[in-house]
Design a protein around this ligand. Sequence first.
Ligand code: NAP
Length: 317
Amino acid sequence: MKAAWIADAAGGDLSIRVGETDAPAHAEDRLLVNIDAVGLTFGEPAWVTNGTLALPDGSKRPLPVIIGHEFAGRVAHVGAATSGFAVGDRVVGLIDFWRNGAAAEQASVLSGEITGLPDAVSAVEAATLPIGALTAWQALFDFAALKAGETVLIHGGAGAVGTFAIQIAKGIGARVIATARGGEATGLCRELGADVVIDTTAERFEDVAGPVDVVFDTVGHDLLERSWQFVRPGARLVTISGEAEDAPSPERAKQLGIEAFWFIVKPDPAQLAEIVRWVADGRITVQVDRAYRLDEARQAFLEADSRAKRGKTVLTV
Ligand SMILES: NC(=O)c1ccc[n+]([C@@H]2O[C@H](COP(=O)([O-])OP(=O)(O)OC[C@H]3O[C@@H](n4cnc5c(N)ncnc54)[C@H](OP(=O)(O)O)[C@@H]3O)[C@@H](O)[C@H]2O)c1
């Protein structure tokens, strides 16, 4: 089958290759899915060198590693020990990060990684959800416990995760302040429903935003550090930027009287099904920045840094 993979341990965009490889084997506890679309994570080549691709026992993963962990497709084979899905079902899902991804004609998945996909949601739209939207969902609800009437400051509101975070927070009745860079990005945040939008190229968020209950940071670095100095006691600060070693210090959070979290998104079919319902009934609109073909995977990575991205980049298979 055709697939896109990380070919060498140097990592980086140049390590992406597209070619022929073996299709995944049948297994009793797995389903095989014919992939229609897969969401791209441009930081993925760096996972080779930063340890994200380690196996669960901590050992180094042998290369090549097929990229792209969020996908939409159709069930092609069901293992005897799986339940809930039949051949031909449209599905969307998130493959655990330490296994081969879905930038391929076929992928091997667990039933606990997928949920059904109604016809109302296209494969390209769906492929943006299991990392983009699910990360926003888990950050806002599982970690920040955001509630209607609260105010959330979202850093990176025009990004793949940020565009979903704005809409999900507004969807439950929260007030949203979003940061973004430049006129096009700030315009998108407004279109998505943000109540206050701050262009960080022109102003400091601290000078515009009043007290907030929650900060959801998708940018890191200076914005994250300044957010620590900005939040008030009782607030929740959630960041997804960086790696485990960059996770917020519990001691610092305790001193400030806040709660602070860093996490990695986990497959959750029930949450994903709820997100799919929100997309199907129009409560969330999906921002697809660009769709490349599987053949163009390397080109997609090479071009990523030189263009402004609004939402998610997808490969179609
Ligand atoms: N831990 C997890 O489970 C998890 C899950 C998903 C993603 N992530 C990580 O989270 C981060 C965001 O992911 P993503 O897919 O949303 O990336 P993305 O699509 O590149 O979005 C990041 C957004 O932040 C904006 N930004 C950068 N610097 C900014 C600043 N100073 N002020 C305001 N906006 C700024 C970017 O704008 P420009 O276009 O101008 O650069 C872009 O719109 C990445 O580091 C990714 O690896 C982690």
